[in-house]
Design a protein around this ligand. Structure first.
Ligand code: PMT
Length: 399
């Protein structure tokens, strides 16, 4: 699933220390199939050279409005005609002021002024500069003029202080750009996704859990958000970072996940339970259990969150997953009915390339009507994309 395949991204680099991170952005966009060209201001060239970006983009890097290029005779207009999206990153306070005023005193500002395509501005500067009312006023003007803005990240700044002003993470900029090209067909819907395992503690240092990296659920949340849904992701402990635009609620145990899910249930249109919730929990003791030859653990059933959601279902569309090692479709069908679901994603977790941890998955869908679909092995993002397509279809039928 390559939404950026053959998309033309024009990157405008300006004079900020964060310019050193732009090679990573270019790589990241290229890895997703995009073609990239770059414009650099004079300030940008104080931090990285045009040669670096030429080598990476495998294209000439454009720096001078008065230089003639036979492939682009009117350089500041022809370049933006080529682009599907113009991304100004990092955007210095100076460029933001110039864009807000409509100035055109170099190639980048002239290209922006004549640009027929959407422009994304990613500010990066010192916190005091970013929070300066003049910069904030200019950013407000840009927003009103129809520019797309990403907020700078908070963290260590080049000047040695902590604060807001860092260029957003390259992964977040890439996700923003990918999302831009998705249809926004879930706009107006609220989608709740669960992911990851839950951990059920038996003492302060030990827990029992289920296998799950969270990749499947995180991919679903990413695609739902990219397609315009207000998306909330509730996840047990994983090493993953939620995608840009996804509201994230971390939890640990089944009880915490249940509480978080139920507190939002009334207000959402779709729930997708991809989490591998532990079915059992031990009795908790507050001191570390001493090592013995043998330890007998007594486990009690955790509450089945999806079952509770099924019981309380009103307007919500309820989608479950079934992780099985045998009788896949029979078991998934049983869970669909028992938990009052609209759709279940049956996941044979012992098939190669499917289930836990892998980048790919192979699933079958069973609808409430009894209709079934068997999907081939696909990346988890592709599974998420198709699943959202099917959910959209059901939502359209309901409306
Ligand atoms: O995270 P990854 O490494 O990417 O792996 C993805 C996955 C294999 C975990 C995922 O695709 C998957 O199959 N998730 C469901 C795992 C599971 O718990 O299946 P189950 O058949 O035991 O449960 C059925 C459904 O009830 C699930 O939607 C589950 O979230 C839900 N459930 C289960 C137990 C419980 N106490 N409460 C629940 O709500």
């Amino acid at each position: 699933m390559q939404v950026l395949k053959n998309k033309h991204i024009l990157v405008g680099v300006t004079g900020s220390i964060a310019a050193y991170r732009i090679p990573d952005l270019i790589r990241s966009l290229q890895n997703k199939g995009a073609q990239v060209k770059a414009i650099m201001t004079k300030g940008a060239q104080a931090f990285i050279t045009p040669l670096t970006l030429s080598a990476l983009t495998r294209n000439q890097v454009y720096t001078d409005i008065f230089e003639f290029h036979s492939e682009y005779p009117i350089i500041h207009l022809n370049l933006t005609d080529w682009a599907d999206l113009f991304v100004i990153a990092p955007a210095s306070a100076d460029i933001i002021a110039k864009l807000a005023q409509g100035m055109a005193d170099d190639l980048l500002t002239s290209a922006a002024l004549g640009c027929p395509r959407p422009i994304l501005v990613c500010p990066a500067m010192n916190t005091r500069m970013y929070l300066n009312p003049a910069v904030q006023r200019n950013l407000n003007i840009l927003e009103k003029l129809g520019f797309h803005l990403m907020k700078p990240a908070t963290g260590n700044l080049a000047c040695g202080v902590q604060g807001q002003g860092r260029l957003p993470d390259i992964e977040d900029i890439t996700t923003w750009i990918e999302s831009f090209f998705f249809p926004k067909d879930l706009k107006g819907y609220k989608v709740l996704v669960t992911a990851g395992p839950t951990q059920e503690f038996l003492d302060p240092v030990r827990f029992i859990s289920n296998r799950s990296s969270g990749k499947m659920g995180f991919a679903i949340a990413k695609i739902a958000a990219a397609r315009g849904a207000k998306t909330i992701l509730i996840s047990g402990p994983t090493s993953l970072r939620p995608s840009y635009g996804v509201e994230f609620i971390p939890v640990v145990s089944c009880a915490e996940m249940k509480e978080a899910v139920l507190s939002l249930y009334e207000d959402v249109d779709v729930v997708i339970m991809a989490a591998a919730v532990a079915d059992f929990r031990p009795c908790y003791v507050s001191q570390k259990i001493k090592k013995t030859e043998r330890l007998n653990l007594e486990l009690e059933k955790t509450e089945d969150i999806l079952f509770v959601l099924g019981q309380r279902k009103r307007h919500q569309l309820l989608i479950g997953f079934a992780a099985e090692t045998k009788d896949l479709l029979k078991e998934a069908q049983r869970k669909l009915q028992q938990k009052n679901l609209d759709l279940i994603v049956a996941n044979d977790v012992i098939q190669p390339g499917a289930g836990f941890e892998s980048e790919t998955n192979k699933v079958s869908l069973i609808y409430r009507s009894g209709a079934r679909e068997n999907w081939p092995l696909m990346s988890k993002e592709a599974v998420a994309m198709r699943l959202i397509d099917r959910i959209k279809r059901i939502l359209c039928r309901i409306c």
